[in-house]
Ligand binder design. Structure first.
Ligand SMILES: [Zn+2]
Length: 251
């Protein structure tokens, strides 16, 4: 959502997390090493989600000929997605490898990230509070909200509304829309950062929680709100004028 990397097509590398929805249960994938850089392996194609938009990057394991050759540390964004390993010298250009993403970790982030779409949408609908930052984790998250008057914030109202949507069996859809359609859609949220995306990217991924949220986003998402656990408010912190850092966790 905020600060997402909204890269759609890319000639250098197939970024498969962008095309795969839902973003849960990513399968092991075969790929080829196309280079190394510092402690990073560069892959021809990758399903790995690179850290961004407040969502942590994937971790996992890399295999060669069926045998593990390296742990994969938190994957980072870049023109080429960066796959950090302990020792790049065990890899060679052209080598065929298999990558197994830590599925449990990814699934937790996918559910949490999807819950944050709902959380941010509801805060905006009730109080006009804009999400200006967020950090999600596997079991808990925090969202920075900007209010005109933060005294009106009521955690029970927010959490009850979020849980009512989570319990409502609402589909989460992914679209590939052009810039004009995105900018002109009256229900579109979070378009402020659109100017930072290179003009050469003509189509962006849009995520829709039906009748709840609609915004450009490159994160990973559940396919239905009923997959998300209920949430519980865990605290708030003042972060300057009008700003509240609101924390929540899965029940
Ligand atoms: Zn998202």
């Amino acid at each position: 959502m905020v600060d997402c990397q909204i890269f759609s097509g890319d000639i250098l590398q197939e970024k498969l997390h962008m095309t795969r929805h839902p973003g849960s249960d990513p399968p092991p994938f075969d790929t080829q090493v196309v280079g190394t850089k510092e402690n990073y392996v560069l892959l021809e194609r990758t399903y790995c989600y690179p850290r961004g938009g407040g969502q942590p990057g994937d971790k996992g394991k890399l295999f060669s000929d069926g045998a593990p050759i390296s742990d994969l540390h938190e994957v980072l964004p870049g023109e080429m997605i960066l796959h950090p390993v302990d020792d790049v010298s065990v890899f060679s250009v052209g080598q065929e490898i298999t990558c197994k993403i830590d599925v449990e970790r990814r699934n937790a982030h996918t559910l949490m990230h999807t819950s944050q779409h709902i959380f941010s949408a509801i805060a905006e609908d009730i109080w006009g509070a804009e999400t200006v930052g967020n950090q999600i984790g596997a079991t808990k998250s925090r969202v920075d909200l900007l209010f005109e008057d933060k005294e009106i914030f009521d955690p029970d109202e927010l959490v009850n509304s979020v849980n009512s949507i989570i319990g409502s069996d609402i589909d989460v859809k992914v679209h590939e829309w052009d810039r004009t359609r995105i900018m002109e859609h009256e229900k579109m949220r979070h378009t402020k950062f659109m100017h930072r995306i290179p003009e050469s990217i003509t189509h962006l991924r849009v995520v829709e929680v039906e009748d709840v949220d609609l915004c450009p986003c490159a994160g990973t998402h559940a396919s239905n709100t009923s997959q998300i656990p209920k949430v519980r408010f865990t605290g708030k912190k003042n972060k300057g004028k009008g700003r509240l850092r609101v924390s929540y966790e899965f029940e």
